[in-house]
Design a protein around this ligand. Structure first.
Ligand SMILES: *Cc1c(COP(=O)(O)O)cnc(C)c1O
Length: 352
């Protein structure tokens, strides 16, 4: 505050470098106003807009879908793999096959330009398989990393698997600020340059708009706070993983279906989400015993009033069945061992 510099100063520039070196990216990240705007800018940077289709999932925060439409593009929903609860590569393949036969598209001029998986709850999507599909069909691959800061597949962190990736620093995320914020990751210096122009009115030189851009900037104040929080991200993710291990061990013989641990991937447990057909009763039981749980989310995107009936998709069978069953147990780095034990004891006592 004493510096008198509030927008795009040294705190933002330093944070952009520190965050990309944390992720292992070649180029500095770009600090933007929110995760939604990071996704929107990623799409615009890749020149994806009107007339273009983007394959994503319905099992996500609606922000993912909103960003595709903000860019003027058309979302197409793939189903999820019920094990990971992230985009199912075989469903994506099916969309491409059906699309070419024009079975799915009533909008015949629409061209699929990108695949946008979401690393839901901190579990990395199957990026090696999705990357192979993107190459085969010659489309871009993006990542929605808003719930997965620090997650990795074979040691390669999410944010490094596609052409562009988006992060959110909304306060509840694994790396959260004290207000809104986000970051965009680009895989080449040309893309980064383009994203950098689009972030601020297309300016390279002040007041000269080279391209038609927008305004989405991370505040200096948020960047300064995020630089401090970033130092604790690994410690906090480790604690989340430790809590997940306690839940896994204690609840393995219960009637709940627990989150999958995939060999070689680091799940960072933005949420610890269990599945049970008796979800509503379990939630009420825990609530009566002083344990607050949540549903992330009450509705899938294709069930939301704003999107229902108007988004292209094939069968979303696994997504649909998930939404009757999912429940997020308490998960945050400050949760104590004895609290986790108490929650587990309650769940083990519960009779569905
Ligand atoms: C939080 C979130 C976003 C959007 O981030 P904001 O910073 O709130 O705009 C996008 N995608 C997913 C999966 C999220 O969880």
């Amino acid at each position: 505050m004493n510096s008198g510099w509030y927008i795009l100063g040294t705190e933002v520039a330093e944070f952009e470098k520190e965050f990309s070196s944390y992720l292992g990216c070649d180029f500095p990240s770009i600090g933007v106003g929110s995760g939604t705007e990071a996704l929107h800018l990623a799409l615009r940077t890749l020149a994806i807009g009107p007339g273009d289709g983007v394959i994503t999932v319905s099992h996500t925060a609606v922000a993912t879908v909103a960003a595709v439409e903000l860019a003027g593009a058309v979302p197409i929903f793939a189903d999820i793999d019920p094990l990971r609860m992230t985009m199912d590569p075989s469903s994506v393949r099916e969309i491409f096959e059906q699309w070419h036969k024009k079975k799915l598209a009533d909008d015949r001029d629409l061209k699929i330009k990108a695949i946008l998986p979401v690393h839901m709850y901190g579990q990395p999507a199957d990026m090696p398989a999705l990357s192979a599909i993107a190459k085969q069909y010659g489309v871009h691959l993006l990542e929605d990393c808003a719930q997965a800061h620090g997650a990795d597949i074979s040691g390669r962190r999410v944010g490094n698997w596609g052409d562009c990736a988006a992060f959110s620093f909304y306060p509840t995320k694994n790396l959260g600020g004290y207000g809104d914020g986000g970051a965009l990751i680009c895989s080449t210096s040309e893309l980064r340059e383009q994203a950098n122009l689009l972030r601020q009115y297309g300016w390279r030189q002040r007041y000269i708009s080279e391209v038609a851009g927008m305004n989405s900037r991370l505040d200096e104040l948020q960047a300064a706070l995020l630089r401090i929080r970033l130092k604790r991200l690994d410690i906090e993710n480790d604690r989340r993983i430790q809590i997940a291990k306690m839940y896994n061990e204690s609840l393995q013989d219960s009637c709940l279906r627990l989150p999958a641990s995939i060999e070689g991937t680091r799940h960072v447990y933005h949420q610890y989400v269990v599945r049970t057909p008796d979800r509503d009763r379990l939630q009420t039981f825990l609530d009566q015993n002083g344990v607050t749980t949540a549903r992330h989310y009450p509705l899938a995107a294709h069930q939301q009033p704003a999107y229902a009936q108007r988004i292209h998709h094939l069968s979303l069978q696994h997504t649909d069945s998930l939404y009757q069953e999912l429940l997020s147990l308490p998960m945050y780095p400050g949760l104590r061992d004895d609290q986790v034990e108490r929650i587990c004891t309650l769940i083990r006592q519960w009779q569905p």
